[in-house]
Design a protein around this ligand. Structure first.
Ligand SMILES: NC(=O)C1=CN([C@@H]2O[C@H](COP(=O)(O)OP(=O)(O)OC[C@H]3O[C@@H](n4cnc5c(N)ncnc54)[C@H](O)[C@@H]3O)[C@@H](O)[C@H]2O)C=CC1
Ligand SMILES: O=C(CO)COP(=O)(O)O
Ligand SMILES: [Zn+2]
Length: 362
């Protein structure tokens, strides 16, 4: 018989038995031209039931939501619900409307999809993510981002059970949205550097698999940057795949850490100080430049990649003045303060002003 010392048992327990993680991932991912036609097969494949609440925006209902309803009308009852913003009252209203629905469908941009994701989680019903733009990596993630009193919250949710992304619709969306999606993925570079920094400084656990997938996704996107053009279905395809991959990295990590570091905290701060000026991915890209500079990395390379894709690289590019950018930098560390990043390493008002002047001068 093998006997083990108390210390060895303790070590084994810590290393093996106490380690348990439940990763939830999407099951059906359908990306391509005119794939809405596959929605009935997806619903049947996943045995989702016969009644759904379809959450969309005013614009995106016309662009895609009505088409989804039409395609499913043969075998499913689809109740439309308009969510013009992501907020707790809208989420409550949607939950009421979904009371007797078997599943949810979110058709639109990031806010609509996050709303559907939260309702799905709160009611414990499955949901299908139908992005109309490749503007953010929440299309596949198990997180939902909501602004809350005095800060920003990244809520635990279920990942979509299916993602159905029609590249024809995504390619027709304004190029600004696609470029923002690219910037959201490019920000993975600094999100990972921040995660590794938090590991070194705070002992935070890093998932090597999630970090590697997230970084690789950003690298592939940057490698393909010359192919990313307005109104191109190939571009929509490249970016949508990257967004799904980044979302999966978040699911593996069980948090948004692999795709959200200081540059995201800066983005959330900018959204509070100058609401509606920049798209989520745009401000993340702008924040990535400063974060990469502070990490001592190739910030000029990041700026060139963002420029070549058509994403903004300075606050001015999105109508935000330098003074607001400085405030956002200083506010960043107080947004979700438990997430340690490079901005927690002694950034002062003076250094923030210098950085904004130097890195955003054109
Ligand atoms: N849960 C997660 O893991 C993540 C969540 N997010 C969240 O997602 C949100 C950002 O998503 P966005 O899509 O950038 O913003 P958004 O949802 O506000 O959409 C931006 C605009 O694009 C419009 N739009 C969408 N598709 C269109 C199309 N095909 N043609 C014309 N207009 C179209 C929308 O109607 C909206 O006016 C933020 O709330 C952010 O925090 C972002 C990344 C990850
Ligand atoms: O935007 C995200 C990843 O791209 C999610 O990040 P947050 O957790 O900061 O909302
Ligand atoms: Zn993001």
């Amino acid at each position: 018989m093998i006997t083990m010392s108390a210390d060895a048992i303790k070590l084994l327990k810590e290393k093996v038995f106490d380690k348990s993680r439940w990763m939830q991932l999407p099951r059906d991912v359908v990306i391509g031209h005119d794939v809405f036609q596959q929605l009935p097969s997806v619903c049947e494949d996943l045995k989702l039931g016969k009644k759904a609440l379809l959450i969309s925006g005013k614009n995106t209902m016309d662009l895609a939501g009505n088409r989804v309803r039409e395609i499913l009308s043969g075998g499913w009852t689809i109740i439309p619900f308009f969510a013009e913003e992501i907020s707790l009252p809208v989420i409550k209203e949607a939950e009421k409307a979904a009371a007797d629905a078997d599943f949810l469908i979110g058709v639109g941009g990031g806010r609509v999809i996050d709303t559907a994701k939260i309702v799905s989680y709160n009611l414990d019903r499955p949901f299908i993510s139908v992005p109309t733009a490749a503007s953010h990596d929440g299309i596949a993630s198990a997180r939902a981002s909501v602004a809350v009193e005095g800060g920003h919250s990244s809520l635990q949710a279920h990942p979509p059970l299916a993602i159905v992304a029609d590249t024809a619709i995504i390619a027709r969306a304004p190029h600004r949205l696609l470029a923002a999606g690219c910037a959201d993925v490019i920000s993975n570079y600094t999100a990972i550097l921040d995660w590794e920094l938090a590991h070194r400084v705070k002992g935070e656990q890093v998932s090597e698999y999630a970090a590697a997938l997230s970084k690789m996704t950003a690298e592939i996107l940057v490698k393909n940057a010359p192919l990313i053009k307005p109104s191109s279905e190939e571009s929509a395809w490249i970016v949508t795949k990257a967004l799904v991959s980044s979302g999966v990295a978040m699911s593996i990590a069980g948090s948004s850490r692999p795709a959200s570091g200081g540059e995201h905290k800066f983005s959330h701060a900018l959204e509070r100080l100058a609401p509606g000026k920049a798209l989520h991915g745009e401000s993340c890209g702008i924040g990535t430049i400063i974060s990469m500079y502070l990490h001592g990395g190739d910030w000029k390379g990041i700026r060139e990649s963002l420029k070549s894709i058509g994403a903004p690289v300075t606050p001015k590019d999105v109508g935000i003045d330098d003074a607001t950018a400085v405030e956002a930098l200083l506010m960043a560390k107080d947004i979700r303060p438990e997430r340690f990043t490079i901005f927690d390493m002694g950034l002062t008002r003076e250094s923030a002003e210098k950085l904004v002047l130097m890195l955003y001068k054109e």
